[in-house]
Design a protein around this ligand. Structure first.
Ligand SMILES: Nc1ncnc2c1ncn2[C@@H]1O[C@H](C[S@+](CC[C@H]([NH3+])C(=O)[O-])CC(=O)[O-])[C@@H](O)[C@H]1O
Ligand SMILES: O=C(O)C(=O)Cc1ccccc1
Length: 247
């Protein structure tokens, strides 16, 4: 993994552009996501452990919005089920290019990994194959809110019995006090990880137009509306959570 540290928002910007998953972000992404998302390493590793419980023989495991393939790598470390293959999808060309390099690196270090295909494309336009595990690890929050239910419904329809969707998201909270407390604690987490007040403020304004978090209640209702039968939160750290949704 790239060792470059995230200083993208360290200098004052005359105008903060909307956040985009471009070359600059790709270069610092592993550092950025670890220092910005409390619980990220725990979520990624355990996503592999969870996936191994839901993987069905001869099915696809999807990593949607795969970025540099951290989830795909965890799936390949943990899942041993016969005939499974991983499909990773991201619409950022810069992410996909680097993701393929990292996965080639994983292939050269380990034997008998699940086969993987990395697709550069929009998950909203994807034709889903019969799947046992679908991971949306901090991706749904970047999808236009009015497209979210339809996407989840298509994922639900592709899921095999015994499979699961694993959905990780930044949360907002309907209770204003709870929202303010967890937002402040998230800022403290970033500060403790070396981000300055300026970096925190500029990053916030860069993502506010492109990343739209929902509340846990909204996620639950939407998943049920999309046809899932059960929603089980399995992890929360501050304002970041991960849910298991069963078909
Ligand atoms: N419509 C779309 N189609 C395909 N990809 C998309 C779309 N919209 C956004 N993306 C992609 O979704 C990813 C979101 S990052 C996921 C982290 C990763 N899962 C991880 O576990 O390391 C989350 C974050 O940075 O907070 C980016 O790579 C986008 O290009
Ligand atoms: O940085 C933040 O405040 C976030 O909410 C998470 C994040 C992490 C990486 C890219 C975009 C958003």
């Amino acid at each position: 993994m790239s060792k470059e540290s995230d200083r993208l928002f360290a200098q004052p910007l005359a105008q903060v552009p909307d956040f985009a998953f471009n070359e600059d972000v790709v270069r610092v992404f592993p550092d950025m996501i670890k220092r910005s998302v409390p619980g990220y390493p725990t979520i990624v590793e355990n996503l592999g452990v969870l996936a191994a419980q839901f993987a069905q023989p001869n099915s696809v495991l999807y990593d949607l919005g795969s970025s540099l393939g951290a989830v795909t790598q965890a799936l390949r470390r943990h899942v041993r089920t016969d005939g499974c293959r991983v499909i990773a999808v991201d619409n950022s060309a810069a992410m996909v290019e680097r993701c393929r390099e990292y996965l080639n690196g994983q292939d050269s270090m380990f034997q008998e990994l699940l086969p993987v295909e990395v697709i550069e494309g929009d998950i909203l336009a994807l034709e889903f194959q019969p799947a046992s595990v679908v991971a949306l690890n901090f991706t749904l929050q970047f999808i236009a809110p009015d497209q979210r239910t339809a996407l989840l419904a298509r994922i639900r329809q592709s899921l095999l019995p015994g499979g699961a969707l694993i959905l990780s998201e930044k949360l907002r909270f309907n209770d204003p006090e709870e929202h303010a407390l967890l937002t402040d604690l998230h800022v403290a987490f970033k500060r403790a990880n070396g981000y300055s007040e300026l970096e925190i403020a500029q990053k916030r304004s860069a993502i506010e137009n492109v990343m739209k978090p929902d509340s846990l209640e909204e996620h639950r209702e939407r998943l049920l509306a999309a046809g899932f039968s059960k929603v089980v939160p399995w992890f929360q750290c501050l304002n970041f959570a991960s849910l298991i949704a069963l078909p």
